[in-house]
Design a protein around this ligand. Sequence first.
Ligand code: ACM
Ligand code: ZN
Length: 562
Amino acid sequence: MRILLTLFIAIIATSCTNPNKDIVNSEKDYQIIPKPVKLEIINGRFVVDSKTKITGDKSLENEGNFLAEMLSTVSNTDVKFDTKSNGNIILKLDNSIDNEEGYTLSVTYDKIIISGKTAKGVFYGIQTLRQLMPAGIETEKNSVTEISIPAVIITDNPRFVYRGMHLDVARHFFPVDFIKKYIDLIAMHKMNTFHWHLTEDQGWRIEIKKYPKLTEIGAWRNGTVVGLYPGTGNDEKKYGGFYTQEEIKDIVKYATSKHVTVIPEIELPGHGGAAIAGYPFLSCFPKEKSIVFNDMGSKKGKEIQANGTPKIVQETWGIFDDVFCAGNEETFTFLQDVLDEVITLFPSQYIHIGGDECPKANWERCPSCQARIKKEGLKDEHELQSYFIQRIEKYLNKKGKKIIGWDEILEGGLAPNATVMSWRGTKGGVEAAKQYHDVIMTPGHSVYFDHYQNKNKDNEPLAIGGLTTVKDVYRYEPSPIGLSAEEQKFVLGSQANVWTEYMKTTDYVEYMILPRMTALSEIVWTPKDDKNWEDFDTRLQNIVKRYDVMGLNYAKHSIKKK
Ligand code: ACM
Ligand code: ZN
């Protein structure tokens, strides 16, 4: 009894003397984006020191090491994760949490507990904890004097299962390191999908072993249009690049460790010009020139390559008639071979097959395409496009994959299991949900981050046009009106699209996504009723301190002055 009493007194004495126990926190200590579902402020602060240790199950080692690295930025510490120690930071799986991505975070002066239904939930708990720590932790080891974390109890989970960022690496190409940085940003904002737009008219960016000319020829263009389309000339500089399969594997592995799914997009039947440049048989008219010039005199005479091939990679933007031939069996053999290699590289359940902006002019005058229409009893070229997509879908479904396509895949009949990405406003999304198809909302007016973000365009870098401010993004409601409660369930979430015709550098990409993706992250995570622009706008001031330390380029004019 006496021993127990002594122990009790010792515990009381220790806790009473801990100066961090009763510190009173205020709302400004909890500037988290996306705003958590439930947050209870309590007294006390947890201070990281040389005795701080992280404990968790072996299955949480990836998350534990991620947190350990973050905490070791404080001077004179080397915080470790292990499965045995009696750590004062505990990571655990908790099956009583309903949501697959949900978590609870409890911080008291002497202990932190992060529980998730899955490792992903625990990871998101760590991302929240990260925002409760000083921005200085975004630098190197041992560079922060103190990490003091305000006590709190948070219960949190996302509103939507699909929370994505797209990046077009075809119009302009970005190095592996930047792709990883982009994935880091996605993860930091508790988004979970990277839609990687890998093929286009202006460049093919993924190594395909069976068809080396896709990258030998298709990854390089001989020049790029200057200025806003149709432009004022051509820079005449060879431009391009591609990702090897080893680099892709490395990126996918990296993304997996950050709980980000990578969905590759292989565009068909339109926007395939770079593939056609390498393999002209994919075109309805292999001998026709691929580049048609209007007033861009500087490129005249370059339509035919030195080796006599009339197909070269496009050097300007837009939509081109030279699409994959839907009549030729070889087109399908080629695409299936390509997809076979793509499937081995990407564990994602989805493959995005494009489907947008496919002009029908060549199909109308192509004998093989017309023969296909007749043979299959199709009504017109729209049904031919539908035949094309359905045939690819069937192939991918057999391989255990699902397709996503831009909303044009609704035209001529939707492929039976396809998910629709609604980009021309919300109409396609509504129509697909009414047909009980899954939908991802990416409407141009709200989440096209290639638009200008400032009314004063004169002070902005060149963009495609449009205007989507950070407030416009924040105002966006992904569940479109006109759907019943049952139909709403098919809306999986939302994504921002980043088309890079005018984004030549990684700095520029950062500028265009930040802080608009910060706003989108809250739209897809936080309950609709908790949306509050003024509150978000204030929290934004805090998260950009982190962007500053991380050396990110963001649109400073979008941040309210204090
Ligand atoms: C698109 O913006 N063409 C999908
Ligand atoms: Zn054809």
